[in-house]
Design a protein around this ligand. Structure first.
Ligand code: FAD
Length: 298
């Protein structure tokens, strides 16, 4: 009982805010941080329904720092990925967050996969991804002895990182700049009253508390529950969100767009993560689908 009381997250310290952000994943926290850096006088609160920040996608993803190969040239995603990589690396260096630019190989197993490999390479070049090169089986074996294929793209600037540490650093900065982060606090309603948004909230702890706060502006960063939040505010959500992660099954029903992803863990360098495949889901209540595999042989 003592421990439970100890763990109670304090509720909102006021009932009126300039900005309320729903969701303390990496997007919600980065958004809160950016607003506070630009406008330190803002009264900002981040509301998270889970007991801890980064409990959903941001804490269960593949931990890859993408270089920008996959996205359509000229698209916002492509630009954000290439520029975002540099910004992420600069932030990590500044904060002392470990990362490793270990590189990545995208492998064609047989002739039928060569046109898609060529297409990816061209996308990468158009997106100004640095250092991309085609490699043959020998160089592939040198770089990654456990991969076998007829041709591959080597992306030397793709990296690995623990995004939970990034989220924790964002949260630290939000609090240092006067922002509040309340976990165990689900937003259950969004309505407008007197030119303000009223957020119905349910806070869970030893007792469940239902109350409301007011905000001049609300930004929802609800990840896989974005559609629910969108409907709460009276809007319909785009159907594209009904896919786990940002990938979707396309031409080959049995093979995800991004292929089967395997990556080394940063913590010990010997275990691997497998997964990250996009998959349509009927309901949007779960986070990532990566699973830890057994350690690689030394
Ligand atoms: C399997 C998988 C692998 C991936 N791999 C990579 C990768 O290697 N590299 C990469 O860059 N990206 C990767 N991604 C994408 C990346 O993880 C996401 O783009 C990113 O985490 C999204 O962050 P977010 O804050 O939008 O969502 P989330 O991290 O899901 O955060 C949303 C938060 O909103 C909260 N929330 C929702 N509704 C409410 C409510 N009503 N009230 C209060 N809180 C609420 C949730 O509890 C959650 O904490 C991957 C995604 C998946 C699914």
């Amino acid at each position: 009982m003592k421990d439970a009381l100890h763990n109670i997250e304090p509720g909102p310290s006021a009932s009126h805010y300039d900005l309320a952000i729903v969701g303390a994943g990496i997007v919600g926290l980065a958004t809160a941080r950016e607003f506070l850096l630009r406008q330190p006088a803002l009264h900002v609160i981040v509301l998270e329904k889970e007991a801890a920040i980064a409990s959903q996608q941001s804490g269960h993803n593949s931990g890859v720092i993408h270089s920008g190969i996959y996205y359509a040239p000229g698209s916002l995603k492509a630009r954000a990925c290439v520029e975002g990589q540099q910004a992420m690396l600069a932030f990590c260096r500044e904060q002392g967050i470990p990362f490793e630019l270990c590189g990545k190989v995208i492998v064609a197993l047989d002739e039928s996969e060569l046109p898609r490999l060529e297409d990816l390479y061209q996308r990468g070049i158009k997106n100004s991804v640095q250092g991309l090169e085609f490699i043959g089986p020998e160089r592939l074996r040198e770089l990654e002895p456990y991969a076998a294929g007829i041709k591959a793209i080597h992306s030397p600037n793709t990296g690995i990182i623990d995004y939970v540490q990034v989220a924790q650093a964002y949260a630290r900065e939000v609090r240092e700049h006067g922002g509040e982060i309340v976990t165990g606090c689900e937003v259950t309603a969004l309505t407008t009253r007197d030119a303000q948004t009223v957020l119905g909230i349910r806070q869970t702890g030893v007792v469940t508390l239902e109350t409301e706060i007011h905000a001049r502006y609300v930004i929802t960063c609800g990840g896989l529950q974005s559609d629910k939040l969108s409907r709460m505010s009276g809007k319909e959500c785009c159907p594209g969100l009904r896919s786990r992660g940002l990938r979707a099954l396309a031409d080959k029903p049995r093979r995800p767009v991004g292929g089967i992803e395997l990556r080394r863990l940063l913590e010990n360098g010997r275990s691997i993560l497998a997964g990250g495949a996009g998959r349509d889901v009927p309901r949007l209540h779960q986070g990532g689908i990566c699973q830890r595999s057994a350690a690689l042989p030394t």
